[in-house]
Write a protein that binds this ligand. Sequence first.
Ligand SMILES: Nc1ncnc2c1ncn2[C@@H]1O[C@H](COP(=O)(O)OP(=O)(O)O)[C@@H](O)[C@H]1O
Ligand SMILES: [Mg+2]
Length: 372
Amino acid sequence: MEWDSKKFLKIYVINKIVMIKITPEYIILRRCDKMQKLKVGVIFGGMSTEHDVSINSAKSVIQNLNKEKYEVFPIYIKENGEWFKCDEEILSQIANPIRYLKNIDVVFPVLHGLYGEDGTLQGMLELARKKYVGCKVLASSISMDKVYTKIIFDRAKILQADYIYLRKFKENYIYIDKNFNEVVYDVSKICEIVERKLNFPVFVKPSNSGSSIGIKKAYNSKELIESIEYASKFDKKILIEQNIEGREIECAILGNEEPVTSALGEILPAEDFYTFDAKYKNIASKTIIPAKINRNIEKKIKKLAIKAFKAVDGSGLSRVDFFIEKGTNKVYINEINTLPGFTEISMYPKLFKQEGIEYSELLDRLIQLSLE
Ligand SMILES: Nc1ncnc2c1ncn2[C@@H]1O[C@H](COP(=O)(O)OP(=O)(O)O)[C@@H](O)[C@H]1O
Ligand SMILES: [Mg+2]
């Protein structure tokens, strides 16, 4: 190996992988057990409606990162965007996040929603030339935006609920067709279009959303108008979607070039649909792992999950969500989450646990994948 004095040498071992960097001062070739720990920055909180969900996910991640392998640096982003480091429960502000990250080997973003799961943080980490867990900029931003996810899935010919795309414009809405032609209508004309193209009930969603925040199911035109106006408070871009009556199935994915799928899980929401409360508050909501599904449909879902992951240019991890339609057994894709919930009782880790991969090992694998 040629000696490059500008670099510096550090040796890390994670799961038998030895990583070498070169320092100007010295070369260390120590026994594996004495090697320096990998410095992992876990970023959580964030400027999104899923701030609190992220804190819960991060608690589990921080607790379960193997402290023999990793030195963990919890990094908290407040709702207003200020960064803090957390030393033994004491928060102190980080004036220059990019400079702070220089000391860290790999970042684990445990953020959900805007400014964390949507490619913005990933872009910052690219600029800072940091390795990080999970999807890169493009996959993150496509997957966070429900309209653009739909466009990609259409191209990939993955069956999904019919939809209408609107953008709020002053007091009105712009109806945007599949070829991006735009017409401005008032809300009652929009309702006419929706009723012509879709059947009640329909789902009205802010294009950028998560944890079901801003989403309503509308059963009639009055509810449709209310739902559109409600969704427009969360995002200018609005998606109106045909309701798919059926079972809700989730599949986790792990990997880069050759991703693997987990067991499938089924959601049994305790409410009319999987609302925020049904997800996090209503203990009557149930998950069934593994989901009891006919083998052919199971195979189909796993294949589609990988296809969807690749279609959005995914890497590291994602959770891909589907519906199996009642009566027809048709499989519809609902969405892809590039940073799914990560508490110990969240679906993503539980689906891999079903495959024999414990939570800590899952974290090891994700970190390894980020260093590939
Ligand atoms: N087209 C649909 N048909 C039936 N149920 C839906 C549909 N879209 C969403 N839902 C229900 O709403 C929930 C939240 O919608 P989703 O698009 O997954 O948003 P989020 O990104 O907030 O999780 C889903 O888990 C499901 O229960
Ligand atoms: Mg969802």
